[in-house]
Write a protein that binds this ligand. Structure first.
Ligand SMILES: Nc1ncnc2c1ncn2[C@@H]1O[C@H](COP(=O)(O)OP(=O)(O)OP(=O)(O)O)[C@@H](O)[C@H]1O
Ligand SMILES: [Mg+2]
Length: 412
C-alpha cells in the first residue's frame, strides 16, 4: 500500500508531523534531557525561528509523550493576570489530561449553568446567538488550582508558557506571583519561551528578579544550511520532484536562515514545481514574488501604523542597507534623507520599542529589520528587489558576524 502524503510537505503551523520536521535533533535531545532531569528551561530565539514548533515536537518525543501531562499555553497578547488565567484555563480545558482531574467536575458544574442567548433583534441589527458561562468575564479556576492538578497527578507535568516576556507588561507583579507558586512544585517542570531576548535576559539573568537562576537557558539558533538542504531535497524527491542545491542555498541566504521565511517560499516553490522538472533559483524568485505580493495588505497596514515620516525613513534606510550600521554618520543620513542624529536615535527607539518591535539591535549601532520578509517586501515595492537578490550570502554573513560579536550570555 502506498503511503498517503500531505499535499505539501512544507508546513505552516506549529504542529508539524515528525517526518516533516527539519532537524532540531540536538536541541530536542537537550530539552528532553533537561526536563527529564528535573530542570526548568527558558527557550529564547528571534521571531519565527521555530520555538513553538520545537516545543510541540518535544511533546511528541517518546520520553515525554504519555509520560508527562503536557500543557502548552500561549500568552501572546495577554495584558493582565486575569487574561493569563483565562489562557491557562482554556489551554487546560482543551487538554486530554483535564478530563481525568477533579477540576473537570467543576467545569461541568459551570457548563450546566451555561446560558444561550438567542438572536434578540436589537435596534442596531441582529444580535448573534452567544453561548457563555454565567460569569463570562472572569476565569473559573485560579492559577494554583490548575498547577495543583498537575502536581497531584500520577505522571509528572510539563507546562510551557509561550511568549512569556508578556508578563512583564502586566500591572500586577506577575513574575513574583508565579515564582512563588512554581517554587513549591516538585512534580511539574516548566518551559518559558519568548522572542524578546532583552526582556527574558532581564527576567532570568538579573539577580534582583524573581526568576533569577530558576531555569537553564537555551538560545535557539537558525537551522544549519546542510540540514535544510537535506530536508528540502528529500521532501521534493519523495514526491518525485527535484530542486537544485543552488536554489536551496539561495533561499536559505535570502531568508537569513529564518525558518518561517524559508518554509513559506519552499511551500510555494514546491506547489509550482512540476514532477520531473528541476526547481531552480529563478523558480525561487518567482515563489518569493508571489509570497511578497500576498503580503501586500499586511505590510501596507504595518507601514500605515508608522505615522511619523522620520520613523518611516529610518525604517526604509535600515531595510535598504539590510544590516545597517553608522546610521547617524553624515554620509548615511544624507543618502537616505534622514534629518539629524538625534531624530534618528529617536526613531530607532520608536521602531525598536516592544510595541512596534520592527527592528532589532544586532550589536552596538547595528540594526536589521525583525522580519526579513518585510525587508524584502519594502525592496520589492521600492523597485530594488534585484539588489537584494544579487548576493544574499554576503548579507547573511555580515549579519552572522555581527551577531557573534555580542557578549556571551552567562549560564545560570
Ligand atoms: N524544524 C522545523 N521544520 C519545519 N518547519 C519548521 C520548523 N521549525 C519551524 N518551522 C516552521 O517555521 C514557522 C515558524 O515556526 P514557529 O511558529 O515555531 O516559530 P516561533 O519562533 O515560535 O515564532 P514566533 O516568534 O512568531 O512565535 C512555522 O511556519 C513552522 O511551521
Ligand atoms: Mg511562537
Amino acid at each position: 500500500m502506498t503511503e498517503k502524503l500531505p499535499l505539501n510537505p512544507f508546513y505552516s503551523g506549529i504542529d508539524i508531523p515528525d517526518r516533516f520536521f527539519c532537524d532540531r535533533k540536538a536541541e530536542t535531545a537537550e530539552i528532553v534531557k533537561l526536563i527529564t532531569n528535573g530542570n526548568n528551561i527558558v527557550l529564547k530565539a528571534p521571531r519565527r525561528i521555530g520555538k513553538s514548533s520545537l516545543i510541540k515536537h518535544v511533546f511528541s518525543q517518546n520520553a515525554i509523550n504519555n509520560k508527562y501531562n503536557t500543557l502548552y499555553v500561549d500568552i501572546f497578547g495577554t495584558r493582565c493576570s486575569a487574561d493569563f488565567q483565562i489562557e491557562l484555563q482554556n489551554a487546560f480545558m482543551a487538554s486530554s489530561f483535564a478530563k481525568s482531574t477533579k477540576l473537570f467536575k467543576k467545569i461541568m458544574a459551570y457548563a450546566k449553568n451555561a446560558r444561550v442567548e438567542l438572536g434578540a433583534i436589537e435596534q442596531s441589527g441582529i444580535k448573534l446567538p452567544s453561548i457563555g458561562f454565567n460569569d463570562p468575564t472572569g476565569p473559573i479556576f485560579t492559577i494554583s488550582e490548575v498547577f495543583d492538578a498537575y502536581e497531584q497527578a500520577d505522571k509528572p507535568g510539563l507546562i510551557v508558557f509561550d511568549e512569556f516576556q508578556q508578563i512583564q507588561d502586566y500591572p500586577e507583579r506577575m513574575a513574583a506571583i508565579l515564582r512563588g507558586l512554581i517554587q513549591q512544585m516538585n512534580n511539574t517542570r516548566f518551559i518559558f519561551c519568548g522572542s524578546s531576548r532583552h526582556m527574558l535576559n532581564t527576567m532570568f539573568l538579573q539577580h534582583n528578579q524573581p526568576f533569577y537562576k530558576s531555569a537553564s537557558t537555551i538560545d535557539l539558533d537558525i537551522i544549519s544550511l546542510p540540514s535544510y538542504q537535506e530536508f528540502v531535497s528529500t521532501n521534493f524527491s519523495i514526491y518525485g520532484k527535484k530542486i537544485s542545491n543552488e536554489a536551496i542555498e539561495f533561499t536559505y541566504y535570502l531568508m537569513s536562515g529564518n525558518t518561517f521565511g524559508m518554509q513559506e517560499v519552499m511551500k510555494l516553490a514546491f506547489m509550482n514545481a512540476e514532477p520531473g522538472a528541476l526547481t531552480e533559483k529563478k523558480d525561487i524568485i518567482c515563489a518569493l514574488k508571489e509570497l511578497l505580493t500576498s503580503k501586500d495588505a499586511e505590510y501596507r497596514d504595518l507601514l500605515n501604523r508608522i505615522t511619523s515620516i522620520k520613523d518611516r525613513n529610518t525604517l526604509f534606510c535600515i531595510a535598504a542597507m539590510g544590516v545597517a550600521t553608522s546610521l547617524t554618520s553624515s554620509g548615511v543620513m544624507k543618502k537616505y534623507n534622514l534629518d539629524n542624529a538625534s531624530s534618528v536615535q529617536h526613531s530607532l527607539a520608536n521602531l525598536g520599542a516592544e510595541k512596534m518591535n520592527l527592528i532589532q539591535l544586532l550589536s552596538k549601532g547595528t540594526y536589521t529589520l525583525q522580519d526579513r520578509l518585510f525587508e524584502l517586501w519594502i525592496a520589492y515595492r521600492g523597485n530594488y528587489l534585484d539588489m537584494k537578490l544579487y548576493n544574499p550570502k554576503e548579507r547573511f554573513e555580515k549579519e552572522r558576524s555581527e551577531l557573534s560579536s555580542l557578549p556571551p550570555i552567562p549560564k545560570p
